[in-house]
Each structure stands twice: as C-alpha cells, then as structure tokens.
Design a binder for this molecule. Sequence first.
Ligand code: 5GP
Length: 188
Amino acid sequence: MRKGRLFIISGPSGTGKGTICKRIVQEDPNIRFSVSVTTRNPREGEIHGRDYFFISKDEYMLLLEQDGFLEHASVYGSTLYGTPKEPVQKWLEEGTDVILEIDVQGAFQVKKNEPDCVMIFILPPSLEELKARILKRGSETEETMAARLGEAQKEIDQAPLYDYQVVNADLDRAVEEVRGIIEKERNK
Ligand code: 5GP
C-alpha cells in the first residue's frame, strides 16, 4: 500500500498558517492534522486535544525519554513543543497524508529523518502587514512586539530553504495554493 505524504507548514505567528491548516483538513478527508504537545498554558478558546495537548514539563520530559517525539523544539524561550511520533507514523503507514504545523527548527529535524516530506512556508505580504495583524489579535506591548517581529524576520530568512513559499495576502487564494501543492505532490 502507498504510504501517506508528510506536509510541513511553517511561518511566523500572525501569518494565518493555523487557519490555512484548519481549512485544508476540514475539506480533505485524506489528510490529518497532527496535534502537538506544548508546555504553555491554553489561550482562551483553545481546546486540549484539538489545538494542542497541554502537558506539564515533567510529562514532556517523560515523552522525550521514551523517544516519543518525531521532532521537538523550544520556541520563544522556555516553551516546549513537540510532535508525538506514534499517531503520525500510524497515519502514514495507513496511507493517510499528515500536516504538521511546526516551527523552522522542528521542520529541519523532520526533513533529516523523512527526506520525502514537503515543506511549505507561509509568508505575510509584508512585515508591516504582519505587525498590523498581530496588533489586531492581541495585547502586545512595544517590547514584545519588537521581539515578535525580530523572531518573525529570523524565520522569514529561512523561507527560501523550503520547497514552497506561499504569500498569504488573501486567505482563500492562499488555501487554494496550498491545496494545489498538496495535489501536485500526491500525483508525483
Ligand atoms: P503558538 O504557541 O503561538 O501556538 O505557537 C508558537 C510556535 O510554535 C509556532 O511557530 C508553531 O508553529 C510552533 N509549534 C507548534 N507546535 C509545534 C511542534 O510540535 N513542534 C515545533 N517544532 N514547533 C511547534
């Protein structure tokens, strides 16, 4: 049986990559979204098991010891994130495609072990637009905004190393573009 394909979606926060992933998964029964674990607290509206598995640092360390991660990284300082290995491997074996929404460090770890994975980077139309979107979304101070934009720029610098770059100026068009990439890769 044909194995599933692994798609990685990265991009700075505020680019809409989460929304793009949700739309793709909702409309395509042959692709599953890998729910990551994180040691950060849930934000308002986030649901355990849907958005993340919210776990303690001890639980995270135990998973790490048991070799339970496909990849793992510390993002924004001390917050730990990781992709549970078992469900992803099971889906791929069953022939189901999988989307990972992970940061750049994690993406390159996966690429090393799964060289056939497809890496897609979601870009904002500009840093100005990204700043406007982040401002609209939350309560950033001047200082945290500067840090976020600095992080965003560092991530954007890695975008050329991805297989595909998609600019999210218009959500519907960006979703169509990602869907087109998935179809093209499936037919290879
Ligand atoms: P947030 O806390 O805003 O949901 O996510 C912060 C960053 O962590 C985002 O860039 C997101 O893609 C990344 N991230 C989420 N889950 C994982 C994961 O399992 N592994 C890695 N490496 N990064 C992740």
